[in-house]
Design a protein around this ligand. Structure first.
Ligand SMILES: *[C@@H]1O[C@H](CO)[C@@H](O)[C@H](O)[C@H]1NC(C)=O
Ligand SMILES: *[C@@H]1O[C@H](CO)[C@@H](O)[C@H](O)[C@H]1NC(C)=O
Ligand SMILES: *[C@@H]1O[C@H](CO)[C@@H](O)[C@H](O)[C@H]1NC(C)=O
Ligand SMILES: CC(=O)N[C@H]1CO[C@H](CO)[C@@H](O)[C@@H]1O
Length: 395
């Protein structure tokens, strides 16, 4: 049940296109949405007091309300098609923002090959908790390259990544570089733009900063997890030929598995058994997916990994919440990946939680759970580090 969410004016789509998705209309709209959310707060509190009205009766009133707000927020962002431009200016982040140039042409082959509209370009990243002055490996904690969520439609790292980043760098690695990859909602941002940017960022760590691949953990949540799966598939297929080595490991937090048009069409999303307990709205998913998908038949396994498992270049740790819209896809993906010889895939499921608590848990009422899960990811990475130390010691 998603009560009080349709504080939407009954407007024609023509009016919407001309007013809401551009110019000052967007701000007027946003102000209206904030006001409506304030007004509905007392109603929501009353509504959720009896447990049976909550999305999941085991949730608290607070979790139910925050879920409602989160749902409303991402729905309205998608509704007004709020574009997040690629911002490479340092701003208040100073030297923590780095520009990342494209690598040599030979890095971008097969599905990542440039065409006249989508080609490797300068993008960037933001360091957490600070810019590394010099890369050293005290306590052997690896460097993390992370891809943020947002359905390929939104997410700017600056305003929304503190919780995830702090927990990544405090519990899992030493420094984390959050990629500022091209979003599909920007011009020429469809596939393979984000894959090209992921390749460039990984190459930047290896080549410009001279970080050994065995000291790099790749990480991504939601759509960022989708980018990461594309990268692993790409490294598996072409790494040897183009000189991109396997990283130490990969962390996939609530990854989006299927970004095809069929997989993200509204009927399929609303029919999902977890639709009513997740804040992810079909309008939001189709917004990014429609702009992201490529019609190139060679790229079909990159659009969705279902029924297209591959030999992962490194061990994978996969997290998903029991109440997630993506839960069934993630379980199936893990099972299929495990069916490939030598793949090492760990799955961690958290009861009750819905989408991407690693990113949103501080807001949606799952902070303690998110921190515990980050701890476990840290222990898993420690295990990999100890394993690689043993191999080096014995070699
Ligand atoms: C998405 O959310 C909006 C606003 O909450 C709601 O009006 C719409 O029905 C939702 N979409 C679906 C398919 O449930
Ligand atoms: C986490 O949430 C609290 C309020 O619940 C807020 O004060 C704090 O700024 C949030 N922290 C981050 C990093 O988002
Ligand atoms: C470039 O490639 C993308 C992805 O395959 C495709 O959608 C787009 O139409 C191509 N553009 C041109 C001009 O060929
Ligand atoms: C251990 C740790 O760093 N936990 C942090 C996770 O992120 C939140 C928000 O920044 C912090 O309050 C926690 O301390």
């Amino acid at each position: 049940m998603k009560p009080f969410q349709t504080f939407i004016l009954p407007i024609s789509s023509h009016w919407k296109m001309s007013f809401v998705t551009s110019g000052p209309g967007k701000y007027i709209w946003a102000t209206g949405v904030v006001l409506m959310n304030l007004i509905k707060l007392p109603l929501l509190i009353l509504y959720y007091l009896p447990a049976f009205t909550r999305p999941d009766p085991r949730w608290s009133v607070f979790q139910s309300i925050m879920n409602n707000y989160m749902s409303s927020f991402i729905y309205h962002t998608a509704y007004v098609e709020a574009v997040t431009p690629l911002d490479l200016e340092p701003g208040s982040f100073g030297d923590r923002v780095v520009k990342i140039k494209k690598g040599p042409d030979s890095l971008y082959t097969d599905v990542a090959r440039p065409n006249s509209s989508i080609l490797p370009t300068t993008t960037g990243g933001i360091w957490f908790p600070s810019a590394p002055k010099e890369i050293s490996f005290e306590n052997d904690r690896p460097i993390i390259l992370h891809f943020h969520p947002g359905g390929y439609g939104m997410g700017d790292v600056r305003t929304d990544s503190t919780f995830a980043a702090r927990n990544l760098t405090d519990r899992v690695g030493s420094y984390a570089l959050f990629s500022l990859y091209r979003l599909a909602t920007n011009p020429n941002g469809g596939f393979p733009a984000a894959l090209q940017d992921g390749i460039s960022a990984y190459y930047y760590l290896l080549n410009d900063l001279k970080v050994p691949a065995t000291k790099i953990v790749l990480s991504g949540d939601s759509a960022g997890g989708h980018i990461l799966i594309c990268m692993l598939r790409y490294i598996a297929a072409h790494g040897k030929e183009i000189g991109l080595p396997a990283p130490l490991g990969a962390l996939l937090w609530s990854p989006a598995i299927d970004m095809t048009v069929a997989g993200t069409e509204p009927d399929k999303i609303t029919a999902n058994r977890n639709y009513n307990v997740d804040y992810v709205n079909s309008t939001f998913i189709s917004w990014g997916a429609k702009r992201f998908v490529s019609s190139d038949p060679a790229a079909s396994s990159y659009m969705s990994s279902l029924d297209a498992p591959f030999n992962s270049p490194c061990p994978m740790w996969v997290f998903c919440g029991e109440n997630e819209l993506f839960y069934d896809d993630v379980s199936e993906f893990v099972e299929q990946m495990r069916s490939i010889k030598d793949n090492d895939v760990t799955l961690r499921v958290e009861p009750l939680t819905n989408h991407d608590i690693f990113f949103a848990g501080n807001f949606t009422g799952w902070k303690a759970e998110a921190e515990r899960v980050a701890d476990e990811a840290g222990a898993w990475v420690e295990g990999l580090v100890a394993g690689s130390r043993q191999v080096m010691g014995s070699g």
